[in-house]
Design a protein around this ligand. Structure first.
Ligand code: NAP
Length: 478
């Protein structure tokens, strides 16, 4: 089978660069695709093309923009099978999850096509005589989109689709670990009749290409998803270089609380999914399991047994429950945290060992006897590693859950309506789940966190408009 080739897309032209292979994390040495690496000059040209195209795109009738977004969504949905295989091979997630992600990406474009038919402004009564007051929206302008590797298609889609819908032009810089999914997205966007320069793709490193976007005076806003440390740098650069608007979605250390009254089976299912599925490589993963004393021992035993039973294998094999971790660096970081957890005095009750001949396949690892002040419980690991912290009651559980710099998602498993309501009220997180895993969100609802997990307006749903457009307050006298 020929290896797909992906070039950069700049002003409607396919632009070559230094060719690099993209490897399959499940099969070392297997090349999934080859991509042309962008440099600063390519990034600069992409920004210039986006700048030139923006006024024309914003003035296009809404019907045209809708039709283009709808065609992009339909084209993605017509290719779920092949795009899912590509995604699974480049990122390592299970084929079924990859199919879900591709479907989500396609639906997202169609959703924003139709969002354009929603009201786009507000009319107010003026306090003055013979004055009409209204709030209109204008596009932000040129948007730089910087994305992580864990959702190679869905995250670009949930940023690019609203950006284009609301009249912005885009320069997308995907994570260099996953160039193929973004490369295919660019082909689809270009093939849907998107005018040249409206969508541009530059695949290169964060340090070079990403930095060019952050420092460019021709970019009006940056939508970033990635680690909290990188996000802080993005914020500083945006302020220093033109006071750009920025939106940051970052890391998490998400708690799942299990109360004594929980249905044990539901609790184990939520913890297993939240902690280990997708190899723990979800920003909404549950990496702290905060468990009340009365159910603690039964829960730990049942979860450890279930974790040990998970089959780690090739993402294309329907028998696999978990794929590999994305890269050797990520694996090294995960194993480092396993060592740290042991050194800190937590007890491994599932997994915990890794042999060199297992490559990037890592068994789910569960720690018991963790405390919330351990690094194991405070720092984002982003791998199939979770820990159990014992608490006495709901009050302590809520305190421990909120005792983190992060605040993306938080869940509770309980049969008490009062406890569920209390948790929804008091949990310090942007997403709260009851009797469901902390991961798993829907495209028409706002997504985002608090604290070190987020800065700026929410993504997804109708809330995305708050970032990608600027309110303009108009007073008309007559
Ligand atoms: P990362 O290392 O922060 O990278 C994210 C993106 O930023 C990549 O495209 C990266 O480029 C780029 N980048 C790195 N340095 C940059 C710089 N100096 N200037 C501009 N761009 C730069 O994160 P990751 O390892 O890809 O993803 C994992 C992280 O993402 C985790 O912390 C996870 O929690 C978070 N995440 C959050 C959400 C959310 O919605 N809250 C969703 C998914 C993931 P290169 O890597 O190509 O160099």
């Amino acid at each position: 089978m020929p290896v797909p080739q992906h070039l950069n897309l700049v002003g409607g032209e396919w632009v070559d660069g230094e060719r690099r292979p993209n490897h399959n994390p499940a099969r070392p040495g297997e090349v999934v695709s080859e991509y042309a690496r962008a440099d600063r000059d390519t990034a600069r040209a992409a920004v210039a093309a986006a700048r030139a195209a923006q006024p024309g795109w914003a003035r296009r009738p809404v019907g045209d923009r809708m039709a283009i977004l709808d065609r992009i969504g339909s084209a993605i949905l017509s290719r779920v099978d092949d795009l899912a295989v590509l995604l699974a091979r480049e990122e390592g997630k299970l084929l079924a999850e990859a199919r879900g992600e591709v479907t989500r990406a396609g639906q997202t474009f169609r959703y924003y096509a139709h969002q354009l038919l929603q009201p786009q402004g507000e009319v107010y009564a003026s306090t003055r005589e013979n004055v009409h007051a209204e709030v209109r929206r204008r596009p932000l302008g040129v948007v730089g989109v910087i994305t992580p590797w864990n959702y190679p298609l869905a995250i670009p889609a949930w940023k690019v689709a609203p950006a284009l819908a609301y009249g912005n032009t885009v320069v997308l810089k995907p994570a260099e670990l996953v160039p193929a999914s973004a490369g295919e997205l660019a082909r689809i966007v270009a093939g849907a009749g998107t005018p040249p320069g409206v969508f541009n793709l530059v695949t290169g490193s964060g340090r070079e290409v990403g930095e060019e976007l952050l420092t460019s005076r021709d970019i009006d806003g940056i939508s970033f998803t990635g680690g909290t440390g990188t996000g802080a740098h993005v914020a500083r650069q945006c302020i220093a270089h033109g006071n750009k608007r920025f939106q940051l979605e970052m890391g998490g250390k998400n708690p799942l609380v299990v109360l004594d009254d929980a249905d044990l089976e539901v609790a184990v299912r939520c913890a297993l999914d939240g902690s280990f599925f997708s190899s723990g490589q979800r920003c909404t993963a549950s990496s702290r399991l905060i468990v009340q004393a009365g159910i603690h021992d039964r829960f730990v035993e049942a979860l450890a047994t279930a974790a040990d039973a998970l089959r780690v294998g090739d993402p294309l094999d329907p028998g696999s429950d978990l794929g590999p971790v994305v890269s050797p660096d990520q694996l090294a970081q995960n194993l480092d945290y396993v060592r740290i957890g042991r050194d800190e005095g937590a007890t491994v009750v599932a997994g915990g060992a890794h042999r060199a001949d297992e490559g990037q396949f890592m068994r789910p690892t569960l720690f018991a006897d963790a405390r919330n002040d351990m690094r194991l419980a405070r720092e984002e690991i982003f791998g199939p590693v979770s820990c159990v912290i014992r608490v006495d009651d709901l009050d302590e559980a809520i305190d421990v859950a909120g005792d983190t710099p992060y605040g993306l998602s938080a869940g509770i498993v309980t049969t008490s309506l009062a406890a569920a309501e209390r948790f929804k009220r008091d949990a310090r997180a942007g997403i709260v789940t009851v009797n469901l895993p902390t991961a798993g969100t829907e495209l028409h609802l706002p997504f985002g966190g608090t604290g070190a997990s987020n800065h700026g307006p929410r993504e997804q749903g109708g809330y995305a408009r708050d970032f990608y457009s600027v309110p303009v307050t108009c007073y008309t006298g007559w």
